[in-house]
Design a protein around this ligand. Structure first.
Ligand code: NAD
Ligand code: IPM
Ligand code: MN
Length: 344
């Protein structure tokens, strides 16, 4: 019998609330012959207040030993902005080479969209996860003076761009519509923009069946709202991908439904699954958070670990649950309903 050795980082705010439901549904979905072993890691705001630590090396090494990581959210108003985001979340994405940040956007039945009618929304964003303006390459001169200068340099390597572009072509090739859109801003960010565009065009030659398109990121936000059916797979850099996936969530049922996987495709380090949303301090501790994004992230986790049938079962349960959802339900009630459907 097989065992999934899962690391769990509940984190801050609504993180622990939604992770509890994700684990509930994961347990319900697992086949008899697969065992689940979970190890919880106490990382996040409380830990930082207690010890000043965000992610010590010993815990990074311990996390490395797991098959996968499930993360809730990090970030808290009581901690200076960036400490946990950079010192914990981004540190994990960088250390474990999560260069594919996979963020599907699919409009489920009976879900809310601010767009008119029932738009056809079924695309996936392949967001680069280890480079761009996220690398911490920058600094501030004459800090706090009227002459302050702040830089935040976007780092883009040929290797880093090519590996994520290639992954996106593979994903586009495997989907019925076989369309891949590169989103960047090469009319202004000419150095990184040209590396991305040249790499995209070069790799495209190996995928003649994939239809390609290019959009500047500003125009992409127009079409995400006016013609979302235009998109099948999108590949983009770390920061553009962050921004357009919150927009994608907003048009496809809301941020409470948006799932993500930080994937290390080579399998050299564990991949990490988490909702797209953050710690939502405005609703934390009230049982109001929608755990569906975390549950759908668990489905991505199962598919990644080679359990596609169980992943599909969870997605079908979410779909059926949403079809019948009316009025507000607590975090727990949604988790219970999904777990019941999955085990039925
Ligand atoms: P957020 O995603 O936490 O919240 C934005 C809005 O969406 C809030 O109104 C919130 O209540 C709502 N929301 C989020 N998740 C929801 C859910 N599951 N159900 C219902 N409503 C939900 O973004 P923010 O307010 O910009 O950030 C708050 C903190 O979270 C910050 O510290 C930020 O750095 C951090 N953050 C962490 C992650 C992560 O851990 N992956 C992601 C984004 C933001
Ligand atoms: C996300 C978040 C993170 C990001 C932050 C918290 C570092 O917004 O996962 O989308 O920008 O990637
Ligand atoms: Mn984000």
């Amino acid at each position: 019998s097989r065992t999934i050795n899962l690391a769990v980082i509940p984190g801050d705010g609504i993180g622990p609330e939604v992770v509890a439901q994700g684990l509930k549904v994961l347990r319900a979905a697992l086949p008899q012959d697969v065992k689940l072993e979970t190890t919880e890691y106490d990382l996040g705001a409380q830990r930082w207040h207690r010890t000043g630590e965000t992610l010590p090396d010993a815990e990074l090494e311990a996390l490395r030993q797991h098959d996968a990581i499930l993360l809730g959210a990090v970030g808290d108003p009581s901690v200076p902005s960036g400490i946990l985001e950079r010192g914990l979340l981004l540190k994990l994405r960088f250390a474990f080479e999560h260069y594919v940040n996979l963020r599907p956007a699919k409009l489920f039945p009976n879900t809310r969209t601010p767009l008119a009618g029932r738009p056809d929304i079924d695309f996936v964003v392949v967001r680069e996860g280890t480079e761009g303006p996220y690398t911490g390459n920058g600094g501030s001169l004459r800090t706090g003076t009227p002459d302050e200068v702040a830089t935040e340099v976007s780092v883009n390597t040929a290797l880093g761009v090519e590996r994520v572009v290639r992954d996106a072509f593979e994903r586009a090739q495997a989907r019925p519509r076989r369309k891949l859109t590169l989103v960047h801003k090469n009319n202004v960010l000419v150095y990184a923009g040209h590396l991305w565009k040249n790499t995209f065009d070069k790799v495209a030659e190996e995928y003649p069946e994939v239809t390609t398109d290019y959009l500047h990121v500003d125009a992409a936000t127009i079409f995400l709202v006016s013609q979302p059916e235009r998109f099948d797979v999108i590949v983009t850099d770390n920061l553009f991908g962050d921004i357009i996936t919150d927009l994608a969530a907003a048009i496809a049922g809301g941020i409470g439904l948006a799932a993500s996987g930080n994937i290390n495709p080579a399998g050299t380090h564990p991949s990490m699954f988490e909702p797209v949303h953050g710690s939502a301090p405005d609703i934390a501790g009230q049982g109001k958070a929608d755990p569906t994004a975390t549950v759908l992230s668990v489905a991505l986790l199962l598919r990644h670990l080679g359990h596609p049938a169980e992943a599909a079962r969870i997605e079908a349960a979410v779909s059926a649950d949403l079809a019948e959802r009316d009025g507000a339900r607590s975090t727990d009630a949604i988790g219970d309903a999904l777990a019941a459907r999955v085990s039925a």
